[in-house]
Design a protein around this ligand. Sequence first.
Ligand code: COA
Length: 249
Amino acid sequence: MSEFVRVTDSAGIREVRMLRAEKKNALDFAMYDALAAALESANAADIRCVVIGGVPGAFCAGNDLKDFQTMAAERAGLGAPIVRFLHALARCEKPLVAAVQGIAVGVGTTMLLHCDYVVAGSDARFMTPFVSLGLVPEAASSLLAPRLMGPRRAFALLVMGQPLDAQDAKACGLANIVCEPGAVEAKARKAAERIASLPPDSLAASRRLLRGQPEDIVARIDEEAAQFRTRLNSEEAVAAFRAFFERRK
Ligand code: COA
């Protein structure tokens, strides 16, 4: 479905890899659809755990800003593939492990709030410049981040756009462990193997208890998406997208 997303299953573990290295794994619509399909089908398949990873130096640079420009020009809201992916994250019934090397921007960070176990390379850098871009937080991060790290740290991250390095991420609970960038994939795989070895019914019941109702999270995703639609078409956002691409000329 997208040449930039590769899905491989082995020994009950699904690996979902973002592979658009030249754009630092910025996500376009086809990538969102492919990621969503990989999560949705993991629920039905004989999969015990899903590992989401990127490339060395780039976990994910967030939404493709060109697509944001298009959505703003068309007065559209968040595209259907984006919302599909966010809902799939919230409704995923299998444990999610993330392997983060390098930059994790926007949804590259907020998708981690849905993960059950996060391995960060020492080169990882987490940024959510939503407000600088004239936008609002998404992916239910306005609900999940304050729960995870407390409202003040969530404000600094999501509203002020203060970046976190790997150690900061571990300190606030966004990452479980920090290791050398070259060890991230192996550590994530090891965690996934451990999860996959657990009794599946007990694992599923326990995970459901820890996560609560997915529909509460879906409702917040939709509430944020409504605000996002207004913000995408705002002068603040349009100017910020233009500035990003003009800086590069
Ligand atoms: N959307 C579209 N293209 C993006 C992108 C994004 N979110 N992030 C990076 N790219 C592109 C760049 O335009 C550049 O393309 P080019 O080679 O055709 O000029 C390429 O990816 C490499 O990015 P570059 O900025 O040169 O890498 P860097 O290591 O100096 O910086 C980032 C990496 C991620 C810090 C920087 O690219 C950035 O700030 N990107 C925007 C992130 C963002 O705001 N995401 C949305 C959050 S809601």
